[in-house]
Design a protein. Sequence first.
Length: 62
Amino acid sequence: MATKNIIRLTQIKSGIGYKQKAKATLVALGLRRMNQSVEHKDCPEIRGMINVIPYLLKVEEL
C-alpha cells in the first residue's frame, strides 16, 4: 500500500491585522489559534492555500 505524503501546518502568527482572505484561509485549513498544528495530505489544493499565507504558517513534511 502506497503512503500519501502528509504535511503538518502550524500557525506561527496571528491573523489579526491581516486581510479577510488570509483569515478565511486559516479557518479553511482548520487553524483557529496560535501554535495549533493540523495535518493534511500534500495536494495542490492545500499547497495553493499555503502559498496565500506563507507568512502565517510553518510547514513540515512528515
